[in-house]
Design a protein around this ligand. Structure first.
Ligand SMILES: Cc1cc2nc3c(=O)[nH]c(=O)nc-3n(C[C@H](O)[C@H](O)[C@H](O)COP(=O)(O)OP(=O)(O)OC[C@H]3O[C@@H](n4cnc5c(N)ncnc54)[C@H](O)[C@@H]3O)c2cc1C
Length: 256
């Protein structure tokens, strides 16, 4: 018997323009009363906006027990982007149950976070909860220095004029700390695929030492094959693979 994933209806209570490209939406209302955070600092929800049926994923930037904060990147065109660019206060949206992926080993001595603007909400939440020395590389178009915890060790990278992320290059030139730690990265999918290969083949990191997620797909990329993620997920789980290994299998299947 299949169980339908839990969904919640919520109202947009407030909308705040944090910078040219980042909009904060605070959701609330009685429909959120059953919502339970996973506590995993990169947790995300699926968001369905009015008159749409497709969802897009957004990091839970904050959950107070009654209000849920999502920080949404407003880029050129897109289903959520065009909705969020307007005055959406009072609109009803649907969100899905939260899921998280960040899994830093207990003995990690340092943490590296790398991402673009879509990853900034997760990097901020992770950095707020981290108890080990943390270094951040953020490729963002706006001045958001106050967005990350004060005192965070951040290298701000300006996105190139052509819109093509250069995060993979940045990671390849990182001076890695000594000892064992944890590497978390998210952003445009092609950059993430390059980095997974770099971490596995060049740095030979065990899959438990990193988590790399494609958050969005750039238009310049060759359109990948549609692959049903369900069988890949089930086969990976049955084989005892980590979430990251399953993401890599999924990417490979789409490229083949
Ligand atoms: C686990 C997870 C967590 C995420 N958390 C966040 C978050 O907290 N905040 C956030 O803003 N995003 C987040 N994202 C990314 C977000 O889901 C995508 O950017 C999504 O495609 C945006 O939907 P849209 O409707 O605006 O654009 P779509 O309709 O999906 O895409 C329209 C066009 O815009 C392009 N596009 C999509 N995203 C971007 C972008 N960021 N910059 C430039 N072009 C883009 C696409 O290539 C496409 O051509 C997350 C993704 C995942 C998987």
């Amino acid at each position: 018997m299949s169980t339908r994933a839990q969904q919640y209806d919520a109202q947009v209570l407030r909308r705040e323009q944090l910078s040219d490209h980042l909009v904060r939406l605070v959701l609330g209302g009685p429909g959120l009363s059953g919502f339970v955070s996973t506590g995993v600092p990169d947790e995300w929800v699926g968001l369905v906006v009015p008159s749409q049926f497709q969802s897009r994923y957004y990091t839970v930037r904050g959950w107070t027990g009654s209000e849920l904060t999502l920080d949404v990147v407003v880029h050129d065109v897109g289903l959520v982007t065009e909705w969020a660019a307007r005055d959406v206060v009072g609109d009803t949206v649907t969100i899905t149950e939260p899921k998280g992926s960040f899994a830093m080993p207990a003995d990690a001595g340092w943490l590296i976070l790398v991402g673009d603007l879509t990853a900034l909400p997760a990097m901020a939440r992770i950095a707020e909860s981290a108890a080990v020395p943390t270094r951040i590389w953020a490729e963002v178009p706006d001045d958001l220095s106050a967005y990350l915890p004060s005192g965070a060790d951040v290298t701000w990278l300006t996105p190139p004029w052509d819109g093509q992320s250069r995060l993979a290059e940045a990671v390849e030139s990182i001076d890695w700390p000594a000892g064992d730690g944890y590497f978390w990265m998210a952003g445009e999918s092609a950059q993430m695929r390059a980095i997974r290969k770099h971490l596995m083949r060049d740095r030979k990191l065990p899959s438990t030492a990193y988590d790399v997620m494609g958050y969005w797909r750039g238009v310049a990329q060759r359109q990948p094959r549609a692959v049903d993620p369900g069988p890949v997920w089930r086969a990976g789980k049955a084989a005892g693979k980590t979430d990251d290994q399953i993401w890599a299998d999924y990417d490979d299947a789409r490229e083949r």
